[in-house]
Write a protein that binds this ligand. Sequence first.
Ligand code: 13P
Ligand code: SF4
Length: 336
Amino acid sequence: MTTETLAAAKSNVEKRGFLDVDIDPTLDLFSEIKRLKKEKNAVLLAHYYQDADIQDVADYIGDSLGLAQQAEKTKADMIVFAGVHFMAETAKILNPKKKVVIPDLKAGCSLSDSCPPPLFKKFKEQHPDHVVVSYINCSAGIKALSDVIVTSSNAKVIVESFPKDQKIIFAPDKNLGAYINKVTGRDMLLWNGACMVHEIFSLELITKLKVRHPGAKVIAHPECEEPVLRIADYIGSTTGLLKYTQTDSSKEYIVVTETGILHQMEKASPDKKFIPAPPNNGCACNDCPHMKLNSLEKLYLCMEYETPEITMNEQLRLAARKPIERMLEISAKAGL
Ligand code: 13P
Ligand code: SF4
């Protein structure tokens, strides 16, 4: 590749989302990624919804809380975030001096997109006596408007850390918010956002599957809608779901979340059967199209050329950092 070709591709990264250059087809990308990690003192953090080959080459695979905790404590010079934008952005908020790269800058999140900061600011101003609890699946702009951030594994503990009579706005996921209202007996005001993947599961098809597999337990992520959660035997974050399948005695599970998690479930319990819950229209919509924008090729390119990189205005970063730190402190105290 000529210097001109590389410079042109680099100048196009923002628009394209990734560095669009050819890769030598004879390269073993697994060994190349391992070499780059060592050479650049980089840590590769991956979410459970990433493709299996990305998970297999990662240093740490986790849910949103685990990934934020790893990002906070890493000694690496460069953080390579195989996940979606808000996750890499959280890593940057916690590590202003480190370089944070992501395989595809366009790997967004429908839930995060459902809550634009200018609209949310107006909503917040209409409820000045409420504190703002925001799910980590939101932009830095929303985090900066929040009092505390939560993930699906610590939301209950964090909401319960407020006095019972404290008025709370919960954003942006109405399904997780409704679930937390139910388990805590609170009446939080919910922003009307949702995840396109977790809203697509069909209650009817899951019920039919359950008839065909009477011994199977239904395990679901709390981003799912209430009727689906009502029939679940266990509800939890991706890490929670994985741990449940490792300790529970059943042999079969209907897994109501994004399909990427099945890779670790199958690895941890090869003797068990994991059935991905069907979406309501026969498509592959239980794969998150944002998470799946990342590929091994884009991962290699972002490590080799250190682009696309997450950058952020310092004032925004400082405002967004406070509620994340509060989340990490409460979680540590609760032993999460
Ligand atoms: P967790 O992995 O924290 O459960 O979140 C799931 C999710 O939808 C991430 O985008
Ligand atoms: Fe966002 Fe849903 Fe994809 Fe998670 S699975 S990144 S919440 S769209």
